[in-house]
Design a protein around this ligand. Structure first.
Ligand code: 4AD
Ligand code: MG
Length: 477
């Protein structure tokens, strides 16, 4: 492994040291100064070319985007803002770039343009910082669960069950689309399909995670999930990554404690370990905010927002309290909401969630005890017979970040609920078995990883925090 990275060289102060480095030219100024980056840090190292002893031919090939191998001496920098630079003794062009057609010019590009060039966008400061943070957050997530006694479980991607009962899944099949086998009554015969029944890409690993929680105790999944909902928003992807812990003998209050501690822990990790990237993104956001009217500007900088979340308790509010707040709110009374809240039982839209976190509480909010009929079948029914032990965690600027619940552990109650929703028992016989053999209180939640990355980086479009976004009408790359 080549351990000589720009990041390591920038931290050294052994002037006179002979070094080698490989990377990509960000800019080349005055036939003399290369700003070199290799992805190891947001910072470039300045490499000073001895142009008198370098051939005209080579100098011409040092262009933005070219890959180079540089040998030289680490010297004290004359320039501002950097401690060290490299006095180049030899430069080898590993891969030329074409300055006429290379899309990533040293200037500001729109995020739309960079999305079309997603294969090269991590050569920019913004996207390299975002993706380093994404990587770091993934690591922090595994670290948190590992240190807290959880087992990492791989739930299946191809599934025969529809965990959310939402019916918005991508079918997995190898039947001939033009000429599928048919049953007697003219329907597609899935018995002839690859798995002998209808299968889809998973929308959540929860139901399978529950089976492992009820034997291994504390487990989590962290994998891709798929939703075929046609929502073209800045917060929805058709393929996204979800973190789903599931814990035996834990109730809803424990679930809230876990979610809050977990999120604070992973955000603390990046504050400690990704400072330079965060500072860069904070500055980017401040510059962007300057172009907005005063009223729309954020009161806190990116790092302040992260610290605020870490240092303050999430506000825990029941659905019933939230409805009261919303009913009496200005935008509701003045009919500013698209969906006016009239009575208890209404499903909350993102405009309501955002009002609660951004205008009313001004901090992350855990909403709990939702009406049973707007939530999934597996959530535990409360004693009132009309609400379930559900929780959603709402974040400023993001809306829903987490959805979770205490699970219905009583066989009869669960069966009734499934019957009412026409969920066939045969399909979930294994899920019902958990309630037959050694059932117990258990809970878990799902955190949308890209929404967490959005919050952590201050990016406002979910397409900009995943390498290759999949959205309706788009699966390029
Ligand atoms: O609220 P959801 O649908 O919950 C579940 O799937 C549960 N089975 C989780 C569990 O209890 N184990 O999804 C969980 C989270 C949401 O809060 C949101 O952050 C994210 O997943 N999410 C999406 N992220 C990006 N694009 C989409 N289309 C998303 N749909 C949900
Ligand atoms: Mg949800």
């Amino acid at each position: 492994m080549n351990t000589n990275t720009v990041s390591q060289l920038l931290a050294k102060d052994q002037f006179g040291l002979e070094i080698e480095i490989k990377g990509w030219v960000r800019t080349f100024r005055a036939n003399r100064f290369i700003a070199l980056n290799d992805g190891s840090t947001i910072n470039n190292i300045q490499c000073v070319v001895d142009f008198e002893n370098t051939s005209e031919e080579t100098l011409k090939r040092i262009t933005t985007g070219a890959a180079v191998h540089i040998k030289g001496e680490l010297v004290e920098s004359q320039g501002k803002g950097q401690k060290v630079e490299i006095a180049v003794t030899s430069i080898d062009i590993l891969g030329d770039s074409d300055p006429e057609t290379y899309p990533i010019q040293p200037k500001k590009h729109s995020f739309e343009f960079l999305r079309e060039n997603a294969h090269l966008r991590t050569r920019t400061n913004t996207f390299s910082a975002v993706m380093r943070l994404r990587s770091s957050l993934s690591f922090a997530i595994h670290k948190y669960f590992n240190e807290n006694g959880f087992y990492y479980m791989h739930t299946p991607i191809i599934t025969g069950s529809d965990a959310e009962g939402a019916g918005e899944m991508f079918r997995v099949t190898n039947l001939d689309a033009e000429n599928p086998p048919l049953t007697k009554d003219g329907k597609v015969d899935f018995k002839e399909d690859f798995f002998g029944n209808e299968t889809n890409l998973t929308v959540s690993g929860q139901l399978e995670a529950e089976t492992y929680a009820m034997s291994l105790g504390k487990v989590y999944t962290f994998g891709p999930t798929f939703r075929a909902e046609n929502s073209n928003t800045s917060r929805h992807l058709s393929e996204f990554w979800m973190i789903e812990p599931e814990v035996a003998f834990m109730d809803l209050a424990g679930n809230m404690d876990l979610a809050e501690d977990f999120m604070k822990s992973v955000l603390s990790y990046i504050l400690e370990n990704n400072r330079e990237d965060l500072e860069f993104l904070e500055k980017r956001l401040l510059d962007e905010e300057k172009t907005k009217p005063q009223a729309e500007r954020s009161e806190m900088s990116l790092i302040e927002k992260l610290k605020f979340v870490i240092d303050n308790n999430f506000k825990r509010v029941s659905y019933t309290e939230a409805i009261d707040i919303l009913k009496n709110s200005k935008p509701n009374k003045k009919k500013k909401f698209n969906y006016i809240i009239k009575e208890w039982g209404a499903d909350l839209q993102s405009e309501h969630e955002r009002f609660l976190v951004e205008k009313h509480f001004k901090c992350p909010v855990i909403l709990f005890d939702y009406p049973a009929n707007i939530k999934a079948f597996y959530m535990r029914l409360n004693e009132d017979g009309k609400t379930v032990r559900a929780m959603d965690i709402l974040f400023p600027g993001i809306g829903e970040m987490v959805g979770g619940s205490q699970r219905e552990e009583r066989l009869e109650v669960l069966k009734e609920k499934m019957a009412a929703l026409d969920i066939p028992e045969e399909e979930l016989w294994w899920y019902l078995d958990l309630r037959k053999y050694g059932t117990a209180v258990h809970s878990g939640f799902g955190l949308g990883f890209e929404r967490l990355v959005m919050f952590a980086t201050g990016m406002t479009n979910i397409r900009d925090v995943i390498p290759y976004p999949r959205t309706p009408q788009n699966a390029e790359f």
